[in-house]
Design a protein around this ligand. Structure first.
Ligand code: GLY
Ligand code: MN
Length: 361
């Protein structure tokens, strides 16, 4: 069966009470639009996708009709918005008096109100949780895409090191990283590349600025690539031109602690265990290490789901005690230690959960 139609079925299995799913793009594309069409070309701004159990309809504007027709597959019907009668008839047939699922995490209230006023559904239901749960389990094509994106980023992390030079700024290094990643086949960064030197590394989401690299600095780079729209998200931390002094030893101890927490979490993952437990394994290790000096210095969740979005759904965090690890999930493993005014270390890999444990992509 077409893997895309299989996705429709999965949603209707999770949401037994709905008649129709409506995915409505705004000026930006709902990530579920790509998930349910696989259409890589064109923006499809403000287009509407109506998903049923084993087929779908796409209402598109004239400017993207040709592109939609070129990418269509068995099971999707393309309708021009300019064919007003046909479009309205379809919307009324699929929405009026029906229980309609929408992505409440994406669709603005204004659009929901417009659907209600114009087409009078029986109920609009937020199915964002089921969409996220379905997208959490990746098929082989999705895994291959993330793996390819991760390969690009890991290679770029190697190549960037020859540009580590005293005096280069964070912005310059970030730009260089994006160039290398593009040359390796990335469709674009999966988020704005993070480069931190020295004490800036204590800020997990620091934006690169004019800070210059100095001998002995920590260099933290957190970056991702896109391949077939799927994201990677990888962090590496380096100590630049190590000096054999206390400052270096402190940074090295932080690095070794984060690396061990990362590996420990990876080794502990088993199908069926709550995702939150993996987070606490890394957290407890860091909190207890070095006579408690790092207690409270790991200030975020261990990881997030990865896919069409870089934060693609639930992951390894305290909030997810009710979601169990399952083969096919791809989640980041990214412990860190952050010490204000001194620096930070984070190590991040993209991890596929399998029936036998977890592997780095
Ligand atoms: N790479 C940024 C983040 O995971 O938040
Ligand atoms: Mn991440």
């Amino acid at each position: 069966m077409n893997p895309i139609i299989n996705r429709y079925r999965k949603i209707f299995e999770k949401e037994m009470g709905i008649d129709t799913v409506v995915i409505m793009n705004t000026g930006v594309q709902d990530p579920n639009f790509y998930y349910f069409t696989g259409f890589r070309s064109s923006l499809f701004e403000k287009c509407i996708l109506i998903v049923k159990k084993d087929h779908s309809y796409l209402l598109t504007y004239d400017l993207e009709y040709q592109d939609a027709m070129r990418q269509r597959f068995n099971g999707i019907e393309i309708i021009k918005m300019s064919d007003e009668q046909k479009a309205r008839k379809l919307l009324l047939k699929e929405i009026r008096g029906k229980t309609v699922g929408i992505n409440g995490e994406f669709l603005p209230l204004n659009n929901c109100n417009r659907i209600k006023e114009s087409y009078k559904p029986k109920r609009l239901i937020d199915i964002s949780r089921s969409l996220a749960d379905t997208r959490m389990i990746k098929d082989n094509t999705e895994i291959a895409n993330i793996k390819r994106a991760a390969k690009i980023t890991k290679r770029a992390m190697q190549l960037i090191q020859k540009h580590f030079k005293v005096g280069i700024t964070e912005v310059e290094l970030a730009r260089k990283f994006d160039e290398i990643s593009g040359n390796l086949g990335s469709e674009g960064p999966s988020f704005d590349t993070i480069v931190c030197f020295g004490s800036n590394a204590a800020l997990p989401h620091h934006s690169p600025d004019s800070t210059k690299l100095r001998k002995g600095d920590i260099i933290l780079i957190d970056a991702g690539a896109k391949f077939n729209r799927y994201c990677s998200d990888i962090t590496r931390s380096f100590i630049f031109q190590k000096k054999n002094d206390d400052d270096y030893r402190k940074k090295k101890e932080m690095y070794d602690t984060v690396k061990e927490a990362h590996d420990l979490a990876l080794r502990s993952i088993r199908e069926g265990m709550p995702l939150s437990r993996v987070h606490y394994i890394a957290l407890d290790y860091i909190n207890k290490k070095a006579n408690g000096r790092y207690n409270g210095k790991f200030i975020h969740s261990l990881g997030h789901s990865l896919g069409i979005d870089v934060h693609d759904g639930p992951g390894f965090g305290p909030a997810y005690s009710n979601i169990n690890a399952k083969a096919g999930m791809v989640i980041t493993d990214e412990p860190g230690i952050y010490i204000k005014g001194f620096g930070g270390i984070r190590i991040e890999d993209d991890v596929l959960i399998t029936e036998k444990g977890a592997v780095i992509l």
